[in-house]
Ligand binder design. Structure first.
Ligand SMILES: [Zn+2]
Ligand SMILES: [Zn+2]
Length: 122
């Protein structure tokens, strides 16, 4: 691969020649910025979380399970979108919990947000 000038970050090019698109220093800076601009749920749960959670909720609802806290059973709206249930972590991610099925439980959005609030408060 030919050497090319580093692209720099945010419109501030640097002229160091590099084999990639940026010199190592600016590549690290660009990676850091990309990480910081991710939505907070990606930083907390990982980028696969939405897909994992949806699969878990769909399967649990199909088995007829309800919210583990209030036992309300989820329902689909007219568009077929599952709108009231979500997957919650049994062991919180910040406590080392994983996104594996064994660490997930079915929660309605109401109980899920109440749980999050109470974690913050204590
Ligand atoms: Zn550079
Ligand atoms: Zn609930």
């Amino acid at each position: 691969m030919p050497l090319r000038p580093c692209l720099g970050v945010h419109g501030q090019p640097c002229n160091r020649l590099t084999r990639g698109s940026r010199c190592p220093e600016h590549q690290a800076e660009a990676d850091r910025r990309r990480e910081a601009s991710r939505p907070s749920w990606v930083q907390r749960y990982g980028k696969d979380w939405q897909r994992v959670a949806k699969q878990f909720v769909d399967a649990a609802v199909r088995r007829g399970e309800g919210c583990v806290y209030c036992h309300q059973v989820g329902h689909y709206d007219e568009a077929g979108v599952h709108n009231s249930m979500t997957a919650g972590h049994i062991v919180a991610r910040e406590d080392g919990g994983t996104n594996d099925d064994e660490n997930l439980q079915l929660e309605c959005r109401h109980c899920n947000s109440r749980k999050k609030r109470s974690r913050k408060g204590t």
